[in-house]
Design a protein around this ligand. Structure first.
Ligand SMILES: Nc1ncnc2c1ncn2[C@@H]1O[C@H](COP(=O)(O)OP(=O)(O)OP(=O)(O)O)[C@@H](O)[C@H]1O
Ligand SMILES: [Mg+2]
Length: 334
């Protein structure tokens, strides 16, 4: 039996990221989540390079309002999908948050104005627009819409999403469920109101109730998004952690939530693991860190059995620039 301090970290990985990808030939939507600063952007980048190198047209997209894809790649990929220099089949895209939000606001304004007019309510739309767009979930919802648009566009073989710190993702998933219920309710009451209106006015059935049409379309969009997001053949969420208490606790919660929502969890990536060899000729500080990480690696093995897809070493410098990502990707994902 190996002791904690000399157990090779590779033991943690039963099915590697590369094997997972090979075993899921229909994989199209890949997400990376986890606590702030654990390496989501770097892992998404490394994974996207791996997929592109396997011959798939890959889009690496960031829905994170605090962007770092351009920084990671050393190339401006803001605002539109941009071919990544040096890697065939790879495009990257930092979604313009402000633009997405402004567009959502305009759409909401139009819908509200339309509804007020339709319902013959003579109130100004502004207050309603304000109420609808001032809440904190609005920005996230706008980002979610943007992501869903990309997914529906079908322009790439694989999409790798570097998501916003995942507390938001949970809210988004929750929202998509609530939206669904809300739309059902709205539709039902619209139908009732319409029947009543028809009964009272003896007019023939109104075919073109714009709100109704909008709700039906919206419901279909959500249904489609949920269908894609819950399809284990096509979708996988990976959670990045460090061998430390807090990031582990965070991804445990996420994995539970995602499982509850029926969203397929692809597995766990453990990042910034100090190689045990590094401790041999090192000061106590490094040895102590290795010892501490080793304890948490045991905890990870216990808590996420069969789910660890990669154990990524702590490199001696930041992972930045295409050559550096490509090198790390080849070393870790094969
Ligand atoms: N294995 C590693 N070895 C060395 N440096 C790393 C490693 N993984 C990530 N880094 C560095 O750690 C920093 C944080 O990584 P990254 O930006 O990917 O985290 P993040 O989870 O996306 O952060 P945020 O939550 O802010 O989006 C970056 O400077 C990155 O280069
Ligand atoms: Mg990031």
């Amino acid at each position: 039996m190996t002791t904690t301090s000399d157990r090779p970290t590779a033991d943690l990985v039963e099915t590697s990221m590369a094997d997972f990808v090979t075993g899921h030939p229909g994989l199209r939507y890949v997400f990376f989540g986890g606590k702030g600063g654990v390496g989501k952007t770097v892992m998404a980048g490394m994974n996207a390079v791996h997929l592109a190198r396997s011959g798939k047209r890959t889009l690496l997209a960031s829905t994170n309002p605090v962007h770092s894809l351009s920084g990671l790649l050393g190339q401006d990929v803001f605002g539109k999908p941009t071919a990544v220099t040096g890697i065939d089949n790879l495009w990257a895209y930092e979604i313009d948050t402000r633009d997405a939000i402004e567009r959502s606001k305009r759409e909401i304004r139009e819908k509200i104005q339309w509804f007020l007019k339709f319902a013959e309510i003579s109130t100004k739309a502004d207050e309603f627009v304000e109420a609808a767009t001032m809440n904190p979930a609005f920005e996230e919802s706008a980002m979610f819409e943007n992501m869903v648009d990309l997914m529906f566009e079908d322009a790439y073989d694989v999409y790798v999403f570097d998501t916003a710190p995942t507390a938001n993702a949970r809210r988004l998933l929750g929202m998509s469920k609530v939206y669904g219920l809300w739309v059902e309710k709205m539709l039902k009451s619209r139908e009732e109101a319409q029947t009543l209106r028809e009964a009272l006015s003896f007019t023939k059935k109104q075919e073109d109730d714009p709100l109704m049409l909008y709700l039906v379309e919206f419901r279909e969009r959500i249904r489609h998004a949920r269908e894609l997001l819950t399809d284990a053949e096509r979708t996988a969420f990976f959670f990045v952690t460090l061998p430390e208490a807090l990031p582990i606790a965070v991804i445990r919660r996420f994995i539970d939530w995602f499982t509850d929502f029926g969203i397929p969890v692809g597995g766990v990536v453990v990042n910034m693991v100090i190689r045990p060899e590094a401790g041999e000729a090192s000061p106590d500080f490094v040895r102590n860190r290795i010892e501490m990480q080793s304890g948490y690696l045991d905890e990870i093995a216990e808590r996420f059995p069969g789910q660890v897809r990669a154990v990524v070493p702590l490199f001696d410098s930041d992972v930045r620039g295409v050559p550096s990502i490509a090198k790390a990707s080849a070393a870790v994902f094969g």
